[in-house]
Design a protein around this ligand. Sequence first.
Ligand SMILES: Nc1ncnc2c1ncn2[C@@H]1O[C@H](COP(=O)(O)OP(=O)(O)OP(=O)(O)O)[C@@H](O)[C@H]1O
Ligand SMILES: [Mg+2]
Length: 376
Amino acid sequence: MASVSFEGVWKVFNTFVAIPNLDLNIKDGEFIVFVGPSGCGKTTTLRMLAGLETPTYGSIRIDDEDVTLTPPGRRDIAMVFQSYALYPHMSVRSNLSFGPEVRKESRSDLNNRVEKVANLVGLHGLLDRKPAELSGGQRQRVALGRALIREPRIFLLDEPLSNLDAGLRTHMRAEIADLQRRLGVTTVYVTHDQVEAMTMGHRIAVFDRGRILQVDTPAQLYRNPANKFVGTFIGSPGMNILPAELARDGALGRIKCLGSVFSVPAERFFTSTDLPSRVELGIRPDDLHWTKDAPSRCREHIFGTVRATETTGSETFVLVDVDGVEVNARFPSFADIRIGQKADLVFDPNDLHFFEPESGNTLRTEPARILEQQGV
Ligand SMILES: Nc1ncnc2c1ncn2[C@@H]1O[C@H](COP(=O)(O)OP(=O)(O)OP(=O)(O)O)[C@@H](O)[C@H]1O
Ligand SMILES: [Mg+2]
C-alpha cells in the first residue's frame, strides 16, 4: 500500500497546458475518484502517476519517494483501461499468468496466484475459456484480475466500465468498490460519470479544465460544493442556478429571486460582511417540494408553470418555468402533476447555496478550507 502526492505538477503538450499546477495528496489505502467532463485532464493525471507521461514541472511522490522520473515498471502500479485489451488467442488462465511469466516471476506458486485472483474477481470456472467466450463484464473482470495478480502498491482504473451496459455497470461498480475494501489497496478511479464517482469513492476530486476544483467526501461535495461547477456537475439533475439580488438587513440577507422575496441568516451563509448585490442562488431539485407534500420547515415559495413531467414510478421529475428560467424539481414517489398546471414549489432557505456570479465560488466556504481538503 502507498500514499501519493502531486506537488506543483504541470503538464504542457506543445503549447497546450493540460494540467496547470496540480497539488493533491492521496492517503494510504484510499479509494479516490477523479471525475470531470471530457478533456479535463483526468487520464493525463493518471498517466503521470503511472509513469506513462512525464510532468513538465513539479514532482510526484509515492510514500515519500520521488518517482517523477521513475519508469513505469519500477513504480509497482497496475492500471486497467477502458479497452481491456485481452490477448484473444489465450485462455483466461494464460491472460492472468502472462504478466508474471514475462517478468520471469517464480512459477512455483503461479497456479495458486491465478486461482486466488480468479476467485477474487469471480472468474472461477471460466479459466479455460477464451475472451471471445466471455461476456463484457467477465472480460472486464479478467482485466481487473490481470492487474491484481501483480499485487500492486497502487491500482489505477481509467473508465473501466464504460463499455458495459447500464445494469452490468451498476453491478461491477459495487464489485470493484467491494474488492477495494477487501484488499485495502490505494486506488485511483477515473470516470466522467458522477453517479459512479458518488457511489464508489471515499473521496472525489472534481476536475475542470485541468484544475481540481474540490476534493471531498461524496456527502460534502453534495452538501457543500465549493463552487457552481461542482454544484451543477454533481447530482442528477444538477443543482438549479437562479439569478438573485441580495441586500443586508441586520443579521439577515434579504433575497429577491424570480419574483419571490425571502431571508436567510446572513452569518450562516456569507463569510464576508461586504456582500455582493448580485448573486447566483443554487437549489437542488430534491430540495424543492410540491406544496402539499412539503415538510413543515419549508416556508418559502417559488411560483411557475409546469412545462414537463417524467415519472419513473419511484420518483417524479418536473420541469417548471419560473419567469422564463427553467427549474428542475424531483419528488419522491409518483406525483400526479400535469403539464400547463401552476406550480408552487416550496423550500427551506437553509437548503440554499449562494455563488459569486463572476468566479462561481460559493459565498459560504472559505478558500482556506478548500485548500485544506486538498491536503495543500
Ligand atoms: N498527447 C497529447 N498531446 C496533446 N494534447 C493532449 C495529449 N493528451 C491529452 N491531450 C489534451 O489534454 C487534455 C486532457 O486530456 P485527458 O485525456 O487527460 O482528458 P480526460 O479528462 O481523460 O478526458 P476523457 O473523459 O475524454 O477521457 C485534452 O484537451 C487533450 O486533448
Ligand atoms: Mg480520459
